[in-house]
Every structure is written in structure tokens, then in C-alpha cells.
Design a protein around this ligand. Sequence first.
Ligand SMILES: *[C@@H]1O[C@H](CO)[C@@H](O)[C@H](O)[C@H]1NC(C)=O
Ligand SMILES: *[C@@H]1O[C@H](CO)[C@@H](O)[C@H](O)[C@H]1NC(C)=O
Ligand SMILES: *[C@@H]1O[C@H](CO)[C@@H](O)[C@H](O)[C@H]1NC(C)=O
Length: 327
Amino acid sequence: SEMLLLLVLAVLYPGGDNQGASQEPISFHLIQISSFVNSTWIQYHGSGWVDDLQIHGWNSVADTAIFLKPWSKGNFSDVEISDLVELFRVYTFAFIREMRAHVHEFQLEYPFEIQGIAGCELHPGGAILSFLRGALGGLDFVSFRNSSCVPASEGGSRAQLVCALLRPYGDIFHIVKKLLYETCPRFLLGVLEAGKADLQRQVKPEAWLSSGPSPGPGRLLLVCHVSGFYPKPVWVMWMRGDQEQQGTQRGDFLPNGDGTWHLRATLDVAAGEAAGLACRVKHSSLGGQDLVLYWGGSVSIAVIILIVMVLCLVIALGLALWFWRHR
Ligand SMILES: *[C@@H]1O[C@H](CO)[C@@H](O)[C@H](O)[C@H]1NC(C)=O
Ligand SMILES: *[C@@H]1O[C@H](CO)[C@@H](O)[C@H](O)[C@H]1NC(C)=O
Ligand SMILES: *[C@@H]1O[C@H](CO)[C@@H](O)[C@H](O)[C@H]1NC(C)=O
């Protein structure tokens, strides 16, 4: 019956980009990525995350969990944590063994990769939803819903076969259900409280501009770098005045070593049209004071001239008023 647990958990799949602001749900989830290179060579990666912040790793040589933050155990006792680690140790061992044993039955061919994600998320109203999904080669394969295995349409007949094979194993479903609907919500609430200082920290982005490789004759690639910010949600846009430039291309979020994020936004423009463009950055740490960086400085000079002109006008008016009063 271990096979059932393995298979159910085999359905982990890395979550999409969580663009959540504070209105968005916050999740705790485990990610499992197993690469079956050939019949003897298997790479296994396990990790635990609060949204986009990794708090657990898995050492597949020592076969044990790594706690990356002082608060990674939430409010669970050492005994409960070591029981869970033992459960995952048994699970990973059985998962790999069963997958290797059933390669032919599942019509799999080396090399293949299985990804799984399982966890729960707290919604703003207080509701907690649990999820477990598995993918094969990057495509949705199966998920766990309402206590049963649901094949994904992308998974085809193979996913139906796997769910059919699992169906009789009620005891496995019982364990998974308990982990997803009881243990996970309890752990999530505890870990959010224990890690509050880290999770709610606000780190301001730094931003700078550069030019990328020219996209073609007479054209410029303007690059806006935004780095070192936390949390992850950020808004970056090339602007002309108040006009958002729809050609803005946002890159992938890249992690910095300190848990903060890095993002690039590029814009391909005719060289003559670059002046007057600016990169605007909005982030929760900035308290509504957007960062605005002007390309080439021509606009900032224009702004300075404008300010000087307004000041001159104010002084001139002030002097005129003074003379009028003291005439
Ligand atoms: C499996 O892959 C590893 C790494 O590529 C290689 O060293 C090994 O010889 C392969 N084994 C078999 C049985 O093909
Ligand atoms: C969930 O399963 C129960 C019992 O098997 C069933 O009565 C219920 O209708 C199901 N709910 C959904 C949303 O499928
Ligand atoms: C941890 O915190 C959660 C939420 O406050 C609570 O429900 C739970 O009983 C606490 N203790 C343990 C051991 O889970």
C-alpha cells in the first residue's frame, strides 16, 4: 500500500508565479521534482515553501529534511516534525522504487520527469484550501480532489490508468487527506505566525537603466533593472508621461541570494524616440512613492528647467506684490 502513497504524492507539480499582493492567498506547499534519467540514475529534489520563500530543503544523500529558517518548524514539536520527516523518507523511498518497478506498466520511457506540488493556502477571509497536483514531463497529470484521484485531460489514458490503480487504496487516501486537510492548515497558521518578521518584511527595490543588445538598425533596447525587493509582487512599466508603453516586456523573476528578487523590463524603441521615456516601479515597500528613472536624462533636465522657471515666476510675482504693497 506504500505504492499508493507514492503514486498519490507523485502528483506534485510546481506552482505558477504567485503575483499575490496582501489580498491574495498565502500558501505553504511542498514541491517534489524527480528526474528518472535511466533505470539506475534518479535525481530527487524536495522543498518546502511559504509562497515564494523556500523554508525547507531535502538532503537526498542523508535522506533528511533541511530547515532553512529558524522558524521552519512553525509551532510543531520536534516529535511531530520528526514523524513527518520519517513519513516523507518512507514515501520518497517507496515512490522511487514503485515508479521504477512500474515503468513499463505506466508506458513510461527513460528519461522522464515527475513533478508534484501539495499544500494549502489561506485566503483573506480565513478559508484554507488544500491542493495536490502531479505533472509528468511538465504537463498536468493527476490531482487530488474531494478525496479522490482525478486524471487531468492532458494526462490521457495513462493518467486514468494511474488513478484507476490507486482507487482501491483507501488507507493511502486517508493519510493524504489527513495531511492535506488537517496537518497542512495547522502547520500553515503556525508557520505564518512563527515567521511573521521575515514574511512581512518590506525591502525596497533599487532600480537602474542600461541598454541591451540593439534589436536592429536604428533601434534601441532599453533595459530597466529592478533588484533587491521583497515581497515578490512588483509593477514595472516603461512610460511616456502617463502613457504605459504596451511594448514593455517583463522578464522572469530571478532570486537573489538573500531571498530578495530581481526583475528586468525591456522596451524596443526607435533610437530617436527613447528620449522622454521613463521606467516606473511600484512596490509595497515604497509606500506609494513610485521609483521613476528617466532614459538619457533629457526629461529630468526639462523638469529642472521647468522648476527653475516656476521658481522665477513665483519670485517675480512675490517681488511685484512687495513693490505694489510698499509703493
Ligand atoms: C545512467 O546515467 C548515468 C548518468 O548519465 C550514467 O553514468 C550511467 O552509466 C547510466 N546507467 C545506465 C544503466 O544506463
Ligand atoms: C465529494 O464526494 C462525496 C462523497 O463521495 C460526494 O457526495 C460529493 O458530491 C462530492 N463532491 C464533489 C464536489 O464532487
Ligand atoms: C499551532 O498553531 C495553530 C494555529 O494557531 C494551532 O491551530 C495549533 O494547535 C498550534 N499547535 C500545533 C502543535 O499545531
